[in-house]
Each structure stands twice: as structure tokens, then as C-alpha cells.
Design a protein around this ligand. Sequence first.
Ligand SMILES: [Fe+2]
Ligand SMILES: [Fe+2]
Length: 472
Amino acid sequence: MAIDYSQLIPNNVDLSSDRRLQRALENWQPRFLDWWKDMGPDGTQAYEVYLRTAISTDSNGWANFGFVRMPEYRWGIFLADRDPERQIAYGDNKGKPVWQDVPGELRSTLRRLIVTQGDTEPASVEQQRLLGKTAPSLYDLRNLFQINVEEGRHLWAMVYLLHAYFGRDGREEAEEMLVRHSGDPDKPRILGAFNEATPDWLSFFMFTYFTDRDGKYQLASLAESGFDPLARSCRFMLTEEAHHMFVGETGITRILQRTCELMKEHKTDDVRSLGVIDLATMQKYLNFHFSVSLDLFGQEASTNAANYYTMGVKGRFLETRIDDDHLLTNATYEIDTAEDGRIVKKTVPALQALNERLRQDYIEDCAKGVLRWNKAIERAGFNFEMKLPHRAFNRRIGAFAGMRISPDGRVLSAADWAAHEGKWLPTDEDRAYVTSLMGPAVTEPGKFAHWIAPPARGINNQPGDFEYVRFN
Ligand SMILES: [Fe+2]
Ligand SMILES: [Fe+2]
């Protein structure tokens, strides 16, 4: 269905046919805007930003580019088209038509999943709210804002579901989305990684590469949900998410390129005195963001995950393309877990291992970008290899929580860990150095901060000196 932009809340769900729902959401809208002004990108209300806006939800040309003041961005409710033939692909309800409403017995489960997903969206906007002050270029500033408005829209997507399908409880949950704040000691966001600070652009690129990618995998498994409105919401969100990960991957590549350039020019890998980020520090940031993001997948063996699957609420990554019975009643899966302080392999019922399987899919996806980063380093003539640390490294959730494990997967004594931690994770000194590079925002079109290379091409094929943001 085409998106109706004539409405106060743009949508493709025929919102005007349900007056009550429409009024409830129109009530929430000003509160969302207040939140955006208080907690969104700081001091940017008057900026005009070259942003894309969805014009239709089908795959060809959904994006429309133009200059927009962010508070006037047309946040709305866009679901991927409904497939009237769609059936639940797995679990006890396999083969039955998908649900257009929430089955009573799944109400609290679905609500919790939607709230948990929804909570991450405004959280990341809050985490990134000061980055505009130190943007390395107008191109990067525009990308930051594009991601921010789209995370805002992802919140809209989840709030719509809460309002439309969960009655009073849902409306209350929608309010709470604007009350919890990232890093707030009293009312924190639900998940750990979304309470970490994103204080600099290296962290931002690592976050969009690793943590937005967790989002991709969570959304993809919810896109398999038997609750069709949730599945359709997530399908469209995934198309937006791709750009966020692109920003992360290319951002890291550009930093690596610039570092290698100076390493070559000055024939040294001791580049801090040259004002760029050394490869060892890049690796430490990677270690941190990867491990924090792995925690988001939850326990290695989980009866919750098994129940979600059996009930038809949350599937596997690309469920319908997997060649098996989609019931998994007799299947097994090998996981890494901990026993008596050691890392061991253990075969468990596949149903219980669904978190771990999703984490595995995620890790394989992460590795592809690392390969491309290493190609960039190699092309520059160096043989430094960036590596994903072992999945057990630096974990706070799951079987490895609290264990001290090196990036190559060795269990360490407390003393051993303490002696090496600063080589594996960013130290205060590393963070201070990276922060010291983050100068005032570079606002001259076509200019870039010293520590990062320009992108290979502009957004929507705009020229290198395009003025992506107009300050007013
Ligand atoms: Fe998102
Ligand atoms: Fe995202």
C-alpha cells in the first residue's frame, strides 16, 4: 500500500480508518517531538539536512532525497506489503496462516519482544546526541543524522504495534519508551550495550558496524514472526538498517586508509604523533564493540528462545531458506559454553541453542567486513590483520560472563588478565587520545578531518564538495 503523506502521521496502514488509534498516536506524536528536541542531536533544530525519506515500501526506489529540518522529518508508520498467502514457517503452528492479531496466550511474550526491540531505537539516538559537535565532515554529519532520524522512525514502528495491538498496556509501554534514557542511573535503557556512551566517531563507526548489525539479526528473526504486523514492520526496518551498517563499515575503512597513508609516508607505525589512529587502537575498539554486541544475543542455551520458536513468535535468520523440518524437535546443535572454568563444546537440543545459532550467523557476517578492512590495509602495503576476538572474550552475559578470556580464547588467571587487559581493550589513555582528535565539526563542504579519508563516493552520487548540511 502506498504511503499517505497527506496525514499528520504518514502511514501505509490506512490509519485514518481507525479514529481511536489515530488520535492515540497523534497524542504520542508531540511527546516524541519533545523527546527529540531534548534527547536527539544536540542543537540541530534549525539545520537543513540532505536526508532520504521513504516514499514507498517496495524495493525499487523507496528513497527520496531532499533538504529537511530534522524536527520536520516525516516520521511515520511503514510496513512492508502484506502477503495474503503467508504462513507460519516453523514451530507448533507451522503451516497455519500468520496472525493478523495477537493471540491471547502470546500477548505478554510479544509485548516484551516489541518493547525490548523498540527501546534500543531511541537509545542509540541518545547515545549519539553530541557527535554532531565533532563531525569529521558534512558527509559524515549527514550520515549521522540520517541514522538518527531512522532510529526515531524505528521507534515509531514499534510504538505503532504497541498502540494498535496491545491496548492500555501497549500505550503505557509507548510512554515508557520516552522516559527511560541511555545511561540514566535511575531509568536506564533495557539492554547493556545501549547504556554505553558513544563519545567519539571511532566508537560511532564501530557501533554502527557491530551493534546496528545485532539489530539486523534481531529484526531478521522477528521478520519471521507469526504475528504478521510485526514481521512486516521489521522487513521494512531492515531496508533502513543496511545504510547504518554501511556507514560503520566504510567509516572504519576510511580511518584505516588514512592511517596507512601516513604510516607509508612517514615509514612508521607509531602514528599518534601524526594525529591519526594507530591500528592497535582500532583493534582494541573493535574488541570492545564486538564483545558488547555479542552479549545482546543472550544466553547460549535458552528455554525462552526455544519457546519463542515453538510458539512461532521469533524464527531463525532467513528461516524459510533453511533446509530442515522447521520443528527442530529432534535436532541438536553444538555450542561453546563454560564448564568448571574451561571453554568446552557441548551438544544441546537445537531448540535451546537458537540464540547461539543467531549469534553464529552474526559473527560470520561481522567477519566479512573485517576481511574487507584487511584488504584495505593490505592494499596500502601493510600486513597487519584486524581480527574478531573469541566469542568468549569480555562477555557480561551468558556462560562466559565474569570469566577472563583472551582474544584468542585462552582462559586466564586474574593476574594474567590484569596484565594484558590494556592491550586488548581501550584504556583511559586510548580513549583520551581518540577524543583529542575529535576537533570542532568540519563544516566546509568537501573538507575532512585529518584522521579520516574521504568516502569513495557521495550520498545519492552527489559530488565531493556537496553541502550536505546547511546551518541556519
Ligand atoms: Fe533501528
Ligand atoms: Fe540502526
